[in-house]
Design a protein around this ligand. Structure first.
Ligand code: FES
Ligand code: FES
Length: 172
């Protein structure tokens, strides 16, 4: 076990300084060792787009991108993310220009209460970045990572399909 210079044990409960990037902006904040990334984003940075559903890693509503990969922010200790790059739903649009999937979600009526929408989009942005023309199975796998209580999923599937069509048109 590590000990301090003076022989004292380090305080595992001590607040520590966390430095990371969120939506392209460098953040340096004091964080409690047990605060989750979800609470850090919502409570310390005021980024409330990432939703709390279950806090158990089951509903998927809290998904964000960590170094480009979708992760469940309710399960991640913020203190473990030193020097990471986090992207939340607030960082997906380019100014007023929505990501094509965001626009398709609106156009297809895939947003009802909207609680699942940020995570659906976060996962979809990762999907389309890695595979601009995903097949039906890839789309359904991506969508199944997030629980939606409102839509029955069909409109969300349609939004993903419309996005895939748009990327296909732009990159024939
Ligand atoms: S809040 Fe449900 S998986 Fe994170
Ligand atoms: S739109 Fe309400 S949970 Fe999906």
């Amino acid at each position: 076990m590590n000990s301090g210079i003076d022989g004292a044990q380090p305080d595992a409960g001590a607040v520590r300084l966390l430095s990371l990037a969120v939506n392209g902006q460098r953040q340096q904040r004091a964080v409690a060792p047990d605060i989750t990334l979800l609470d850090f984003l919502r409570e310390q940075l005021g980024l409330t787009g990432s939703k709390r559903g279950c806090d158990l890693g089951e509903c998927g509503c809290c998904a964000v991108l960590v170094d480009g990969r979708p992760m469940l922010s309710c399960l991640l200790p913020a203190a473990d993310l030193e020097h990471s790059a986090i992207t939340t739903i607030e960082g997906i649009a380019a100014g007023t220009a929505l990501h094509p999937l965001q626009q398709a979600m609106i156009d297809e009526g895939a947003v009802q209460c909207g609680y699942c929408t940020p995570a659906m989009v976060i996962n979809g942005v990762h999907l389309f970045a890695s595979e601009p023309r995903p097949d039906a199975e890839a789309i359904r796998t991506c969508i199944s990572a997030t629980s939606c209580r409102c839509t029955g999923y069909n409109r969300i599937v349609q939004a993903f399909e419309r996005t895939a069509e748009r990327f296909a048109e732009e990159q024939p």
